[in-house]
Design a protein around this ligand. Structure first.
Ligand code: NAG
Ligand code: NAG
Ligand code: NAG
Ligand code: NAG
Ligand code: NAG
Ligand code: NAG
Ligand code: NAG
Ligand code: NAG
Length: 462
């Protein structure tokens, strides 16, 4: 036995070794693959925004609250933020092992109730520390004409080129391209239409304004759409609607409207929403003009795509999670039936969401498997960073002064250079850039204010 075994081994040593090597490689490959699969499918659950009726405002910040605050004196001094300003703009970052130049010119279309304020904070901060020029609403307005098409009367005129448009405006390529530099990047974020509807229904107080009765308001509303729409959209309800003009539907194809699809508002605008071919054609147009359409359900994946496509850095996309909204609506007993009704009601939004949910995952696929490692890594940093800032409890100027030397060092990885989070940076994250951006603008271009006051045409909306 022994000698023959040895002879066998001598003769076949190479073959057996190769066989073992192949087996080991296969096992590793299958393991990695499985791991990636679980990452791909599990990540949305763990890191995405859960589409839970109670939690869905987690990333949404109440713009109305911001407007209310903007009068109050802010103790955060501009001086604090001087230390955070970027010295060299544009910065060079490394994406996919290649050096790239961060993109500075951005139009972000804010759809309603899609975590857009969280992303707007990110973009405002990005522009603020780089001294970029924003298209800003006039006076203390919060919208750039929304839900009407943007007009000159809606924004502060500037003698400098604009870099960023981030406040609520209805997308229109012709108008925005004429305002912005040629190389402007268009981005937006959308959300699964039914959960979007529930969120809008709550946020815009449809139940009370439209006098929806019963203990199952969603069900009642969806089964009597025409009746309740008439009440909600009527001039009689104007006072309670807050910033929503007469005749505008807040539950029907809202995403599509924000993205500039002709929805018949205001009259006599054309209305293509009943024509599927034209809807698809319009969506194709969006696809050619938008570099990125993010998906709220995959929030961190969206941010990493944003970072990669715009050549931004990890630090640029950190955010402070907020939870301003709070509501709970009992899930309707006829949940499935209601979804079907809503699909017919908001059909353009469903086509839109389906389309961009697919392009989103195609873009993710193009990024390669490393993408999910980056999402995972980002999620870890984001959590640690939040913890660091929260634990500082920077609530008063005294506390702030005391803690200004605290830092959180983020080490480098294959996705990011090492960087430092300071207490000042936490403060910056706490602040809505709303007021600063306007103050800075008005200091720089005081002539604009006079110009606005001379205008005959009044701004639209809020
Ligand atoms: C804004 O502030 C006023 C006065 O403090 C308050 O009555 C009103 O409800 C606030 N509005 C919002 C949307 O928070
Ligand atoms: C965009 O604006 C232009 C110029 O005001 C207008 O002619 C066009 O109809 C608008 N496009 C859409 C889709 O509303
Ligand atoms: C809603 O109902 C109340 C009380 O029934 C009524 O006073 C109010 O006018 C109604 N609102 C609208 C917009 O019809
Ligand atoms: C709202 O629509 C009605 C007809 O449906 C129309 O008479 C009215 O002028 C419209 N109001 C506005 C502000 O567009
Ligand atoms: C637009 O067309 C759709 C489908 O025909 C219709 O349901 C909707 O009421 C129209 N919108 C407006 C504002 O007229
Ligand atoms: C939301 O409401 C729930 C129950 O009413 C309460 O326990 C929770 O603290 C609230 N959250 C916020 C952020 O207000
Ligand atoms: C979005 O796309 C993902 C990946 O293809 C899919 O799992 C998910 O069901 C889609 N979401 C909706 C609401 O269609
Ligand atoms: C962070 O890094 C700096 C050097 O870059 C070092 O001086 C400091 O001690 C570090 N702080 C902490 C808390 O690790």
């Amino acid at each position: 036995m022994c000698p023959s075994y040895r002879i066998f081994w001598k003769r076949h040593m190479v073959k057996v070794t190769i066989l073992i090597l192949i087996l080991v490689t296969l096992t590793i490959a299958v393991y990695i693959n499985l791991n990636l699969l679980t990452l791909t499918s599990g990540i949305s659950m763990r890191y995405g925004v859960s589409v839970n009726d109670k939690e869905d405002m987690y990333y949404e910040i109440d713009t109305r609250r911001i407007m209310n605050q903007s009068n109050s004196p802010d103790y955060f001094m501009t001086e604090i933020f001087e230390s955070l300003l970027e010295k060299t703009v544009p910065r060079l970052n490394v994406i996919h092992g290649r050096v790239c130049r961060e993109k500075l010119n951005v139009v972000f279309i804010k759809t309603m109730k899609c975590a857009t304020e969280t992303i707007a904070f990110i973009i405002r901060r990005f522009g603020y520390v780089r001294h970029l020029n924003f298209v800003l609403p006039v006076h203390k307005n919060i919208y750039l004409g929304w839900p009407f098409q943007l007009k000159a009367a809606d924004f502060r005129p500037s003698k400098r080129p604009y870099n960023i448009l981030v406040d609520h405006a209805v997308y229109n390529f012709t108008i925005m391209q004429s305002l912005m530099p040629m190389n402007t990047v268009f981005i937006t974020i959308i959300r699964e239409p039914y959960s979007h509807f529930i969120s809008s229904f709550n946020y815009f107080n449809v139940k009370n304004i439209a006098n929806v009765t019963g203990d199952d308001p969603i069900n009642d509303y969806l089964h009597n759409l025409d009746k309740y729409e008439r009440v909600y959209k009527s001039p009689a309800a104007a006072k309670t609607r807050y910033c929503i003009p007469d005749n505008f539907s807040i539950t029907k194809n809202l995403l599509s409207h924000c993205l500039g699809m002709p929805t018949g508002f205001p009259m006599p605008e054309s209305n293509i929403t009943g024509n599927e071919n034209q809807v698809r054609k319009y969506i194709k147009h969006l696809d050619t003009k938008f570099t990125l359409v993010m998906i709220m359900e995959f929030f961190h994946e969206s941010l990493i795509l944003l970072k990669r496509l715009l050549c931004w850095s990890f630090k640029d996309i950190l955010y402070q999670s907020r939870n301003y909204g709070n509501y709970s609506i009992p899930r309707s007993i006829k949940h499935q039936e209601n979804i079907e009704i809503y699909k017919k009601w908001s059909s353009a939004d469903y086509i839109l969401y389906d389309y961009f949910n697919k392009t989103f995952w195609r873009k993710v696929g193009d990024e390669g498997p490393e993408f999910f490692h980056e999402v995972k890594y980002y999620t870890k940093i984001q959590k640690e960073f939040s913890h660091f800032c929260d634990s500082l409890k920077l609530n008063t100027p005294e506390e702030t002064t005391e803690k200004r030397d605290r830092v959180f060092n983020v080490s480098g990885s294959r996705f990011n250079d090492p960087f430092q989070i300071t207490a000042d940076f936490c403060l910056l994250m706490q602040s809505d850039m709303f007021q600063y951006l306007r103050e800075r603008f008005d200091n720089k271009e005081p002539w604009a204010l006079e110009e606005i006051n001379k205008r005959k045409e009044k701004p639209q909306g809020c």
